[in-house]
Ligand binder design. Structure first.
Ligand SMILES: [Zn+2]
Length: 348
């Protein structure tokens, strides 16, 4: 390996060019290796100070490096693509490292102002003394730590495309690091919207997460995605995770919607004065057919019943109708049913 001084090395401009190019890419944790540069000579860093400077240069552009010091085993040093020196208005004074060797430059003042109890053991001056690099090791993956820090900084990590599992794990970890989910996953927090984006595909898991941490706004919004969910499929594990209060709310949402549907469709179309074309017997027949249709509808309905399905269910009534008055009355009644059903609460 060829030794070189960090501030004089010809690779620095090329590195910065490469970094500038890469920063145009989506902010993902890049595994950037100096050996991939045009230089055919691997770079040997002469001292820990040089290594630190290299990290600073790379971190400014949000790119990871692979660097080593003389006489030491080569180690990967990755820098967060968001939490690097100069990445935020408030200058960092603490370096967190994740379990997968990504470092995050953070401001203790910023963290304390967001949550006085957050990461307290890791922000104290003595906590980093055991690490020669001055890093405070956080026993979490970089993905989870990144989400936690974004939550404290009040910023969105959507550009990192975290999975539902990542977001869920981060919320579950919050109490462990002195972060209160009710505050930092509140209705206006960016992570709230990110979690809610998973509601259509992961409704019960998201509802369980919201219930577990008493995130009422999130639970209410998620409950509207659970109208088609078969409650009978909730197993013991999910039920335990949701807890009795939110489980009851979910069951009551389903029960109340079904009760409302029965009430809404119960009344048959209005009758009119009997005539030669439409006797009272004809009108009683229409009422019986209406009742049969409603029984079929309610028996097969789920809480997510669509208004289109309601209209389709009553359509056969019109096939045998010859009376214009009865037809108008039935049409009016169906419109009333549709409007009433659409106004029934879809969340608890
Ligand atoms: Zn009639």
């Amino acid at each position: 390996m060829s030794g070189c001084r960090d501030q004089e090395s010809p690779w620095v401009p090329r590195l910065l060019l490469e970094l500038a190019r890469r920063t145009l890419q989506p902010e993902t944790a890049l595994d950037f290796n100096l050996k991939h540069l045009e230089s055919s000579h691997p770079i040997a860093i002469s001292s820990p100070l040089a290594l630190q400077r290299l990290n600073l240069i790379c971190s400014c552009a949000g790119v990871n490096t692979n660097a080593s010091t003389h006489g030491e085993e080569e180690s990967i040093v990755s820098v967060s693509t968001t939490f690097y020196p100069g990445g935020h208005q408030v200058e960092p004074d603490t370096i967190f490292s994740s379990s997968d060797n990504v470092v995050f430059y953070v401001s203790s003042q910023k963290i304390r102002s967001a949550s006085p109890d957050a990461f307290v053991p890791y922000l104290s001056a003595t906590s980093n003394e055991g690490d020669p690099r001055g890093y405070a090791p956080i026993p979490e993956t970089s993905t989870v730590l990144n989400i936690l820090l974004h939550a404290l900084y009040g910023s969105s990590c959507a550009h990192n495309s975290p999975t539902f599992e990542d977001l869920s794990a981060a919320v579950d970890r919050m109490p462990q690091y002195g972060i209160v989910p009710k505050i930092h996953v509140g209705a206006h927090a960016p992570i709230h919207a990110q979690l809610l984006a998973h509601a259509p595909l992961r409704p019960i898991a998201l509802y369980a997460l919201a219930a577990k941490h008493d995130l009422e706004h999130l639970a209410v919004k998620t409950s509207s995605h659970l109208l088609s969910f078969p409650l009978a499929s909730i197993d013991d594990e999910i039920a335990t995770s949701i807890g009795p209060v939110y489980l009851k709310r979910l069951f009551m949402l389903h029960i109340s919607r079904m009760a409302a549907l029965k009430q809404i469709v119960l009344q048959p179309p209005q009758t009119h004065a009997p005539s030669q074309e439409c006797t009272s017997e004809d009108q009683k027949r229409l009422a019986r057919e209406w009742t049969l249709a409603t029984v079929y509808l309610v028996w097969n309905a789920r809480p997510d019943l669509s208004t289109h399905r309601i209209q389709m269910c009553f359509r056969p009534l019109f096939e045998a109708l010859t009376c214009k008055q009865c037809e108008a009355s039935a049409n009016s009644r169906i419109r009333g049913v549709v409007v009433s059903w659409a106004s029934v609460k879809v969340s608890h």
